[in-house]
Write a protein that binds this ligand. Sequence first.
Ligand code: BGC
Length: 828
Amino acid sequence: MNTPSDTPTPELSAGEQELAQASTSLVDTDTWVDPELAALCREAAADGAVLLRNDGTLPFAPRARVALFSRVQVDYFTVGYGSGGDVNAPYSWNLLDALRDAAVVDVDAELADLYTQWSKDNQPDEGTWGNWPRYFEEMPIERETVRAAASRTDAAVVVIGRAAGEARENTLEPGSYYLTDDERALLDSVTAEFERTVVVLDCGNVIDLAWLEEYGDKISSVLYAWQGGMEGARSVADVLTGVQVPGGRLTDTIARRYEDYPSAPNFGGLEHNDYAEDIYVGYRYFETFAPEKVLFPFGFGLGYTTFDVATTVETSETDVTVSATVTNTGSEHPGAEVVQVYVQAPDGRLGKPARVLASFAKSRQLAPGEDDTVDLSFPVASLASYDDSGVTGHRSAYVLEAGTYTVYVGTDVRTATEAGSFTLDELRVVEQLAEACAPEAEHAFQRMTLDRDAAGQAVVAWQDVPTRQSSRRERIEARQVPAVEQTGDQGITLADVAAGTATLDAFVAQLTDDELEALTRGDRVMGSELGAAGNAGVFAGISESLRAKGVPPVTTTDGPSGIRLSAYASLLPSGAALAATWNTPLVRRLAAAHGQEMVRKNTHVLLSPGMNIHRDPLCGRNFEYFSEDPLVTGLVAAAVIGGVQEAGVAACPKHFAANNQETNRNLNDSRVSERALREIYLRGFQIAITESAPRTIMTSYNKINGVWSHYNDELCTQILRDEWGFTGTVVTDWWMQHDTDPDFPAVTDDAYRVRAQVDVFMPGGWFDHITGEFDQVAQASLLTSLAQPDGISLGEVQRTARNVLQLALGLGTLRDTVTALSAGRGEA
Ligand code: BGC
């Protein structure tokens, strides 16, 4: 048996206990699920399932006799671990039951009984926070048993299952990234005895698939199902039996070997990681420098039919207009195709990837012979690169360098073909910005860039990463943050502000220092008594005096895969599965139904979507996140945010930003060039904010170039608000680290944070990841420096109060509470 050589189970720290405690005990036992939401989950998980290989074995014919192998058919992985997976689902299907229930094929009963019994006798240990099982020990199976099953049936299905999660990285070990010996042995036997073997990958992350090449055509079909939530196994059953078609396309490149990923040498560092691969993340690297290292390219996925895609491309000074007509050229099955547009920008002074995704659209579902025309237009400006060194003569600007821009259209990054081009005669500055979050000189590293050999082939070259030149202190000093004079209580309520009979400024002017302070943090604990049982924390109306003025308590709950409460809630397809649909309208419909569930469960802020970039396949939370590509990430996130917020509640995209590993996530420094930060790690957030205006956003645990995100003024004020126009509330990820502002030593902790407009410290009690100390008493750090030389100013604190109150005012679901509290009728 293969057991991953895990580090011994550590004691749970106080903070981890808090994180782990949230929703385990059920207070609300209502199991009702909106049938439309369940149906959308089922549809979406099938639409995100990626068919990587198929020799015609799938879909199974009606009444085909199918032998199901591996215990995962019973112990099915529906989601990953941690806050993004810990949902009390009212039910969850496994694959065995789902296939039987569908009653399209005949599942071999003898084998099913064997596995069911074995699973019962060998119940997997559920593990503890951060130590959950990455796989379940497989049932050893005799060759004779396999042979006998082969003689009774037409085809085999082998299910491989994996999970990782928050505080649970994947590892380069059997049972995580690699197959275990038992899984190998199972595949050996099954492929030897069966003519047709189908592999279903029930995994949250990309795992090693090099073995597919070894088995060759002994494996007929491969379906990457991801983790599909409570309905996921039914979706897989639908796909296997042709009730639905596999609609997914890869949102990550699957490389031949782990070592081929450009992040591999710089992943998992305890103290820091140099993002040396720079902008060459995922397919941007592989297509430019190493196409031969790719097993399955970005964007790839098969359906059950064939398509023709006819494209027209027109270009103007400002826009690229692409129209594609997709025709189902098959004769048997329906299907939808994802049309993808890539652009290669000219080499210029800044290295450019061979391909960058510029637009995509999924056709509607087409019957054989039907066609659909999709629009894939995009602005030329969206192709600009960020010059962080000044090499183009325009430091800190997005520029379009002179030369020819070639447009490729297709159904994956590798096979997309040239469909048009345009030429810029001279460099164009698209946007002049100011330096932000650049690496510090003492942490300089070499970053990857592009060179060409004599034959014109792209080769990897290395250059010094540009380092910080600007003064943060000067920039903050230059900023005016006016205060309103404190008036004391004037009897103005938040309902007056909502009704337009008083201004928000007049309301804020009434607030005492203590009330202002209370608005900058949560109610200290997870599971606050002020919100629905099992919540992640509550902020805004956390004191009696604030509530008396009409400020409602705002309840937060995780998360990406479902509402995490001490109540039953729908378990959605994981983020990776949703993104693989490339179907933003469907994701939006699903999120809208989910928003309605939030209203029913009495929660106001969904700590979702998780939208960090899949920089490396080992990141434990990749199942929550969407893609290695920022455009896919941004547009899928925008669909989630837009859908959820339709219900009058808030989405909270996270973790802003560069939270790309779980290892030592609270203390780790992501050292990254400003160009890569902006073009890769921030771009998805920028797109989501521009498209869908989330009402809140959550910072990440890690540092970015030496500054924790929750103290990062350049990230959370300069870029997020001043450049992108974000007007919502910024909350921390749960707890923060003590620190002193290096530029203003009088400013520490909460003052440092509030100056950066990281408005709300969640859940609001101190937990120190360095010392392991947990302290529910507020630190006085916000008010001690108030109005002191170089200290936090009243204007800064009032500004954060406004950011928080605007959220309370904007949430449709809180309108009645604001009115009731303001009238003195609310609960104290
Ligand atoms: C996670 C967040 C989550 C929060 C509240 C943190 O540990 O990183 O994603 O929303 O806990 O549960």
